[in-house]
Structure formats: structure tokens, C-alpha cells
Design a binder for this molecule. Structure first.
Ligand code: HEM
Length: 390
């Protein structure tokens, strides 16, 4: 009897062992197969995970290393997703500029689905709907109309300087937020508001939740079983996205109440008046989501750029000294600097550009997906493949 049970157990373990080995072997072959004889080269992919476990703490640097080793475009598997990593500027231009329409969609990751409430916003929506929305936003942000932002930037810079004076030797809060809030929503966080109360307090945790999820890479985007768990959890718990959606909804409803059709005061008004393709609740939802895009995309990028400027100046004090000297000379007499002085501060302008290069804010870009099979610079990119640009 005991021998029978033992034999059954051994047989079961043997079958499980063989099944696991076969699946692993199948996955290994599958992830290292060629789609065509024009595939880009790439590193070896492990079963199930592809290269996920080999990316290290700084995936963009690992990608750069592989790009140097295998070429300006490489193929990899990130878990279940076949992807291309592009670092050659000529290939980048082909994909993201010349043949943009073919690569205009975004991957259908669960995190991006959450971010865009089902791919209904501007940044994540599919090409056909994106075209019209993007045209509206681009039209709003034309050079001429951007002039409206100059007084907003100047007054916020002035407020920031006033506020920083007493904090010069202690911790100072972030205030780049107001430029985006003012320009996009005509909303302002009072400069004397305590960071532990009011608007800042309301935004702090949800913004950190969202930025954390979007910027650190989420395994559930690449591993099927984690995607299922994430989707179940998402059904029953609320996330920073939901809080931010609610805040944007309140802002939208105030705009709708006070709308002056002849004089749109900001981009939300402009979208309410001009977004024609959808009406009613759906239109409202799209505008809320587009506003959320602009809020998140506009505020964390500019805040981080300013933070890097401060850190870099602290670490390269000769640069800080030159920036300080240039600004002091321009401010001599009036004691004031505004955007109108930009042409007189070539060194500061160069430092700002260098910060954007030296501390790239979005080192992997925002992925896009091929909408159809394509050959780019002799390389085959199948439909549905996402591409990043380190
Ligand atoms: C240093 C500052 C910034 C950097 C480095 C930056 C970078 C980027 C990048 C890499 C993308 C993805 C582009 C693509 O895949 O097509 C993007 C998209 C976007 N950014 Fe920015 N951005 C900055 C500032 C801003 C500001 C100030 C705003 C808004 C007021 C903004 C709004 C957006 C929007 C709405 C999108 C999505 C556009 C679309 O998909 O059509 N960004 N940004």
C-alpha cells in the first residue's frame, strides 16, 4: 500500500517535472525565435521573463549597453511582450516622425488602462481618436497663445522668490505646479498655503501614487498572472488615479458652470467649446481625462527639471556661480528678472537645456505600438510590438 502511494507520488512528480521542463523549453524557444530574416538582433531571452530579470536597477543603462552591443535597434521580450528598444537617431526619426502614423498607438498595459480610464484620454487613446484631440491641444499651445502663459510664469517666479527668501536655509516646498494649474485650469494654490493642508495635501499622496506606478515600471504589464491579480485588486480598491480624476471633475464642473463661450480663459474652456467629436457625458469624461494628462505630464516633468537644476548647481558650484553672476547683472538696477530677459541669459538657457539632456526626465520615453507590420531601415517590426527609446 505504502509502496503504491510512493510510486504514484514519484510518477506525479515526474510528470510535473517533465511538464515544467517542456513548458520552460517551449517558452525559451518561443522567446528566442525569429519572426523574419530582417529581425533586429538582441540579447538571449529567458523563459517566461524574457529579459525582465536582467534589466537591473537602471533599465535605460542596460538598454544602452545592449544597443552598443547589438545595434541601434534591438529586440527583446519583457515577460509576455515582444518589444523593440531604439537608440539610433536615424531609426528613431523614421519611427516617431516620418512613419509616425504606423507607430502612433500605445501599448494596452493594465497600468496605462488605469491611467487613461480605459484608453479614453489624449495620451493613450488610439490614433483615429487621438488625431482630432491632439490637433485641438496643439492649436491651443501655439506660439502666439503661449504668450498668455508669460505673466503666469513671471508672477509665479516672483512668488517663488518671495517665498524662498525665509526658507533660504531650510526646506522649501515645490511650486512649479502653479504654472500648469494656472495655465491649464486657471486654478491656483495660494502661495501661503501650508504643505500639510489644503490643495497640496489633497494632491500629495495621489500624485505620488500615480507617478510611482507610471515611472518605476510595473511587472503586471508584462506577466499575465500579475495582470489578473492587479485587475481584481483594481476592481475593489481605489487608487491615486481615482482621487485625481475626482479633483479634475470638480475643476471641469466649475468651468462648465462659469463658461463664457466668447472668451475661453484656459484650455479646459477651449476644449468644452471646441471638442466636437463626442457629446454629453462621454465628452465630459474625455475632457477630464485630457486635463488629467496635462496636469500629470506638465507638472512632474517641470518640477523634476527644476529640482535637477538645483541639485546640479549645488554639485557644480562653478556653474552656479556663473548662473548667479549672469542673473545678478541682468537684474542690476531693477532687482527683478522676468521671461522678457531670456535673451540676456544665454548661459542660464544653455544650462537648462543641458539639464534636460544630462538628467533625462523620461529616460525610456513613453512607449508606442506598431499599428501594422512595418520595415524600418531594413528591420522588421511586427504589428502590436511596442518600442521604447532610451
Ligand atoms: C521638461 C518638460 C517636459 C518633458 C521632458 C516632456 C516629455 C514628454 C514626452 C517624452 C512625451 C511622450 C511623447 C510621445 O510619445 O509622443 C510627452 C507627452 C505629453 N506631454 Fe510632455 N513633457 C514636458 C512638459 C510638458 C508640459 C509642461 C505639458 C502640459 C502642459 C506636457 C503635456 C504632455 C501631454 C498632454 C503629452 C501627451 C501627448 C500625446 O500623446 O498626444 N508636457 N511629454
Amino acid at each position: 500500500m505504502f509502496l503504491e502511494i510512493l510510486k504514484k507520488g514519484v510518477r506525479k512528480s515526474f510528470y510535473l517535472f517533465i511538464t515544467r521542463k517542456s513548458l520552460t523549453l517551449y517558452s525559451f524557444i518561443d522567446k528566442n525565435r525569429s519572426f523574419s530574416n530582417q529581425d533586429p538582433k538582441g540579447p538571449i531571452n529567458w523563459p517566461f521573463f524574457g529579459v525582465l530579470l536582467r534589466l537591473g536597477e537602471k533599465p535605460h543603462l542596460t538598454y544602452q549597453k545592449w544597443n552598443r552591443q547589438y545595434g541601434g535597434i534591438i529586440k527583446i521580450w519583457l515577460g509576455k511582450n515582444y518589444s523593440m528598444i531604439v537608440s539610433d537617431p536615424v531609426i528613431m526619426k523614421e519611427i516617431w516622425v516620418k512613419d509616425f502614423k504606423t507607430f502612433a498607438d500605445r501599448p494596452k498595459f493594465p497600468t496605462l488602462r488605469k491611467f487613461s480610464f480605459g484608453f479614453q484620454d489624449l495620451a493613450m487613446v488610439d490614433y483615429e481618436s487621438w488625431k482630432g484631440r491632439r490637433e485641438l491641444v496643439a492649436n491651443y499651445f501655439t506660439r502666439g497663445k503661449l504668450k498668455n502663459s508669460i505673466p503666469i510664469i513671471d508672477s509665479n517666479a516672483e512668488n517663488l522668490i518671495r517665498l524662498m527668501k525665509p526658507y533660504a536655509t531650510s526646506k522649501q516646498p515645490k511650486y512649479a505646479l502653479n504654472i500648469v494649474l494656472n495655465y491649464v485650469f486657471s486654478t491656483n494654490i495660494p502661495f501661503d498655503e501650508d504643505i500639510n493642508g489644503g490643495y497640496l495635501k489633497r494632491l500629495d499622496t495621489p500624485v505620488n501614487d500615480v507617478i510611482g506606478l507610471l515611472t518605476t515600471g510595473a511587472l503586471m504589464d508584462y506577466i499575465t498572472i500579475l495582470e489578473w491579480i492587479y485587475n481584481i485588486k483594481d476592481k475593489y480598491t481605489s487608487h491615486g488615479f481615482d482621487v485625481l480624476y475626482q479633483i479634475m471633475k470638480e475643476i471641469y464642473e466649475k468651468h462648465e458652470e462659469n463658461l463664457d463661450v466668447e472668451n475661453p480663459k484656459d484650455i479646459v474652456d477651449y476644449l468644452i467649446i471646441n471638442l466636437k467629436e463626442n457629446e454629453g457625458e462621454n465628452k465630459k469624461n474625455i475632457i477630464i481625462l485630457m486635463s488629467l494628462n496635462m496636469f500629470l505630464a506638465g507638472f512632474d516633468t517641470s518640477t523634476s527639471a527644476l529640482e535637477w537644476l538645483c541639485y546640479t548647481c549645488a554639485n557644480y558650484q562653478d556653474v552656479q556661480e556663473r548662473v548667479y553672476k549672469e542673473l545678478s547683472e541682468v537684474a542690476a538696477g531693477t532687482g527683478k528678472i522676468t521671461l522678457a530677459n531670456r535673451t540676456q541669459t544665454p548661459y542660464l538657457n544653455a544650462v537648462l537645456k543641458e539639464i534636460l539632456r544630462y538628467r533625462t526626465l523620461i529616460p525610456l520615453g513613453v512607449p508606442r505600438v506598431a499599428r501594422e507590420d512595418a520595415i524600418v531601415c531594413g528591420y522588421y517590426i511586427p504589428k502590436g510590438v511596442s518600442s521604447d527609446q532610451p
